[in-house]
Design a protein around this ligand. Structure first.
Ligand SMILES: [Zn+2]
Length: 441
């Protein structure tokens, strides 16, 4: 599937701002890449081909630990080729794919198939999460250990919570012997009911059924108690409420192996966006967009590191599926290709964070959470990185995306930062907005 790529495979990126969140260092210089690996970070050697990095950041191996690429079985929404291209276009060298496909990824053979397909496409490392329970049905544990042997890097019934406390206890007990965590979509569905947006002043004004913040918080409190009971490894997906953060803070204060992620859309938007976009389902996500008071708490938790990671929750749907009345449309938006710019806009402009602290949440932190050993910018390590123009300010244009899904609450919003190239194992996956593989677009 890969088209012929250029040259010798030796590249020198010159005069680039090297941002190394793995080691919390930044410097201006040249980076030499060859034979698929970082070769020389002082870069005295020359390469046959060079790329000017002037005005750009070089950021090693961005990992999005929460994406839905929909294959096998839902290729009308997205497939591994279009999803890989979207990831490369978004600057990512690796993604963790959620297993709520059809069939659900709950056996080693499906894990192996996704990895092999990802390798064949060759644009991004596809790192599958396996299901926690068989068919994500919440009745019986799946074969976690066997899936890990096949290459699964985490376990989740995302889209559905593991509601049964006994099963969650068992899963967390197993996780103590696994490298990857149990990733919980924390939601008490008996509380969220038929809610389609956050329950509050805005939902009342719009006349839409609400989901109380407590639907998330009560589940996270249960799960951290079970993490304490089992010494298990719990990762809380897409945290969106102050109540959940209090539970996570309690867990961390007690030394538990609990981590958390937040999405760019929960950092950027509030439930007012539902009104601003006049009931367009591009604001319908689960967990829902929250009020400004929640967003402020999320921002501070992301800044402080209480929230370890940022992950897109890229959840593409076909345009026809999303083109329904708000109450009927599915939850989820296409967000791989806005994630980096949204995070830079919030982190640099709104929070005045330094880039090393900000970008650790999309690089070293997700690798650590998933038990992956990638070391970043050291000679001999896989040459995976993004080149980013941190000062570009462009309105979001889904017409340029590679994802099959274009549903986004960011349409037309000016964001700071543009990914201009992505390299995977020493080969360009994307340059100047173009994904370098034939037959994808
Ligand atoms: Zn989820």
């Amino acid at each position: 599937m890969n088209g012929e790529r250029e040259g010798s495979g030796w590249w020198k990126i010159t005069d680039v701002r090297v941002i190394d969140p793995y080691r919390q260092r930044a410097w201006q210089g040249d980076v030499l890449v060859g034979q698929g690996r970082f070769q020389d970070l002082a870069a005295s050697a020359d390469a046959p081909e060079s790329v000017s990095g002037r005005g750009l950041w070089l950021v090693p191996r961005l990992l999005d630990m929460h994406v839905h690429l929909r294959s096998p079985g839902q290729e009308w929404k997205e497939d591994l080729a279009s999803g890989s291209a979207a990831a490369a276009h978004g600057g990512f060298a690796a993604v963790m794919t959620m297993p709520n496909t059809d069939p659900v990824v709950d056996v080693p053979s499906l894990v192996s198939w996704q990895i092999a397909e990802g390798r064949r496409i060759g644009l991004v490392d596809v790192l599958p999460a396996g299901a926690v329970t068989k068919a994500s049905g919440g009745q019986e544990l799946a074969e976690l250990w066997k899936m890990e042997k096949a290459g699964a890097v985490g376990f989740s019934d995302d889209g559905r919570p593991v509601a049964d406390g006994g099963l969650m206890r068992a899963a967390l007990s197993y996780s103590a012997t696994l490298a990857g965590p149990i990733v919980q979509h924390a939601e008490d569905v008996t509380l969220s009911g038929r809610g389609v947006m956050h329950e509050g002043e805005v939902s009342g004004r719009l006349g839409l059924a609400g989901v109380p913040g407590e639907a998330e918080a009560v589940m996270v409190w249960r799960d951290v108690q079970l993490a304490a009971l089992t010494d298990g490894r719990l990762h809380v997906a897409h945290v969106s409420t102050p109540g959940a953060l209090e539970a996570i803070q309690w867990a961390k204060a007690h030394g538990l192996r609990v981590t958390a992620e937040v999405t760019p859309h929960h950092l950027f938007f509030t439930d007012e966006r539902v009104a601003e976009l006049a009931f367009s389902p591009v604001t319908k996500v689960n967990p829902p967009l929250r009020p400004e008071s929640y967003r402020q708490v999320l921002l501070q938790a992301m800044k402080s590191g209480l929230i370890d990671a940022i992950a897109s929750d890229h959840a593409p749907h076909h345009a026809d599926e999303k083109d329904l009345p708000y109450k009927d449309a599915p939850f989820g938006i296409s967000s791989l290709e806005t994630a980096v710019a949204a995070v830079l806009t919030v982190g640099l402009d709104e929070l005045a964070m330094d880039p090393l602290t900000l970008l650790v949440r999309m690089t070293a932190a997700p690798h650590r959470i998933l038990g992956l050993s990638y070391q970043g910018l050291v000679p001999g390590e896989s040459a995976d990185f993004a080149l980013i123009d941190p000062d570009a300010r462009l309105p979001v244009d889904p017409g340029k995306w590679y994802s099959q899904a274009r549903e986004t609450p960011w349409q037309g919003v000016a964001l700071r930062g543009q990914v201009v190239a992505t390299m995977l194992r020493g080969r360009w996956a994307m340059r100047e907005g173009e994904v370098l593989t034939c037959g994808l677009r």
